[in-house]
Design a protein around this ligand. Structure first.
Ligand code: HEM
Length: 498
């Protein structure tokens, strides 16, 4: 009797304590102990479950996956949080597994505080010097784009009908990977270089690994990592890949160190970073958060964040052109008028190509590749939309929902570049609400580079080639596959020379 009473009291206390904890956060779907709301999210499209919750609970609510995440789905509220209260919302949720991998507050994407501020400022400074928005970067992008167009031309010429039906994912991956690589490490990989193949494979595997249920459980309940016969719940496989990628990056740093000449104008990121370390050391200045380990993790972050996102957007771009041939024709007509077919498209052409620009904005809105924005963290308690946001809470500024908001984009599912053109079709308008790079202090570090890549690669491909689906074949699906990004299912396009 006593035991039953004591057990009842313990359970009652546990329930009371749990409910009290849940009440600290903005209301949302009520969570189960341990599992939170995981079971009620659509496993194939959890971002769509989030959009549905917003309809029930309003633009600020908590979802437990299984830890509490406060989701903001409204543009004006995201702006209020990330810009007006930018400093407070600039923290990051790092999680147990990443803390194990990074050994602390290192890297770019998931670091925070003064260390992150110093490193981000330095990275932006270097990237600007390389010509984010200037000619050096443009040259690097065009060099890779030309290799891509040469390769596609070759595939077409090799086909007897001069009409290639092919999956362009890998050539695109190589082209975009090489842009990042030449900026980071100063060289281009040769076609099908085994090192590039292995690196992309290991990173892709780890993207898969972190989504496996065993590792999600380890993230929530870190002691589970001690269970040995399960490969430590999948951690061993993940760490093995991490070690191999780190080894590649370490070798690169060592090679750069051997070739480092302080007086040389740096031509890649690693060089610039090592020179800054050498300069500080020589001047007896504080090294701040500059170290080989910080450099390695930043290289990794830029490599991963810069490649997957841009490749995925370009895959969607070609897919949308196949689905909307009338848009493709209008872009091509504009390019023919402004650039012609005999010279390269340049950044100087950009302002004279309103239809092409509007199409790229609409592509990014409709592709909507980030199903869950990178989690932020608030440092101090605050309020948003009249709700208390506790200090230390994890925040998801849900860009995905903004891009499908019918108040901002009437008939949001329609792919319609003209929604961003004035009546005379001479000016691009109303693009403020399209925020694929997010907003505020933690907005994408590579935004300028990515915008330049998307413009130059997309317009060069459309200037030279016609993309369609081959006769008799169904159109490839526009249904996205859920992962760290939303990607199209693998598809083949028919490509001909224009
Ligand atoms: C179409 C291409 C891209 C898209 C859609 C994209 C989108 C994003 C988004 C949504 C974030 C998170 C923002 C937030 O926390 O609120 C982010 C962060 C980041 N991106 Fe990108 N990105 C792209 C390309 C690139 C490129 C080319 C680079 C390489 C330089 C890059 C490097 C980064 C880094 C380092 C961060 C972390 C910034 C920080 O936490 O301070 N991204 N990106």
């Amino acid at each position: 009797m006593f035991v039953a009473f004591a057990l009842g009291a313990v359970i009652a206390y546990f329930v009371y304590d749990f409910v009290r904890y849940v009440k600290k956060f903005p209301p949302g779907p009520f969570p189960l102990p341990v599992l939170g709301n995981i079971l009620s999210l659509d496993p194939n499209a959890p971002h769509e479950s989030i959009a549905k919750y917003a309809k029930t609970y309003g633009p600020v609510f908590t979802v437990w996956i299984p830890q509490p995440n406060i989701v903001i789905t409204d543009y004006e509220l995201i702006k209020e949080a990330l810009i007006k209260e930018g400093d407070n919302y600039a923290g990051r949720f790092r999680g147990n597994i990443f803390t194990l991998v990074s050994k602390g507050n290192y890297g770019m994407v998931l670091s925070e505080g003064n260390e992150w501020k110093e490193q981000r400022r330095f990275a932006l400074h270097v990237l600007r010097n390389f010509g984010f928005g200037r000619s050096l970067m443009e040259d690097k992008i065009m060099s890779s784009t030309t290799r891509l167009t040469d390769e596609i031309t070759q595939i077409i010429n090799d086909s007897p009908s001069k009409m290639a039906v092919t999956d362009l994912s890998w050539p695109m991956q190589e082209a975009i990977g090489n842009i990042i690589n030449s900026m980071l490490l100063g060289y281009y990989f040769e076609k099908d270089d085994p090192r590039f193949i292995e690196l992309t494979k290991m990173i892709a595997q780890n993207f898969e690994n972190v989504r496996k249920p065993a590792l999600l459980l380890v993230e929530g309940y870190f002691w589970l990592r001690h269970i040995p016969f399960t490969g430590h719940m999948g951690l061993d496989a993940l760490m093995e890949n991490v070690h191999r990628v780190c080894k590649f990056m370490t070798n690169e740093i060592e090679t750069h160190k051997k070739e480092l000449e302080d007086s040389d104008e740096p031509t890649d990121f690693v060089n610039a970073y090592l020179q800054e370390m050498a300069r500080r050391k020589a001047a007896g200045e504080d090294m701040g958060h500059f170290s080989d380990w910080q450099l390695l993790l930043t290289m990794l972050d830029i490599w991963v964040a810069g490649m997957e996102t841009t490749v995925t957007t370009m895959k969607w771009a070609l897919l949308f052109m196949v689905h909307y041939p009338e848009v493709q024709r209008k872009v091509q007509a504009e390019l023919d008028n402004v650039v012609g077919r005999d010279r390269h498209v340049t950044m100087a052409d950009k302002s004279s190509l309103p239809y092409t620009n509007a199409t790229i904005v609409e592509l990014q809105r409709c592709a909507n590749i980030i199903p869950f924005n990178v989690q932020h963290k608030v440092f101090e308690e605050t309020t948003l939309n009249g709700l208390v946001i506790p200090a230390g809470a994890t925040i998801i500024p849900q860009v995905h929902t903004v891009h499908e908001d019918p108040k901002l984009f009437p008939n949001p599912k329609k792919f319609d570049p003209e929604r961003f053109l004035d009546k005379a079709h001479e000016k691009v308008i109303n693009t403020d609400h399209v925020i694929p790079f997010s907003l505020g202090k933690r907005a994408c570090l590579g935004e300028s580079l990515a915008r330049m890549e998307l413009f130059l690669i997309f317009s060069t491909l459309l200037q030279k080639f016609e993309f369609s689906t081959s006769e008799g074949r169904p159109l490839p699906s526009l249904k996205p596959k859920f992962g760290i990004t939303l990607t199209p299912e693998p598809y083949e396009v028919q490509v001909t020379m224009r």
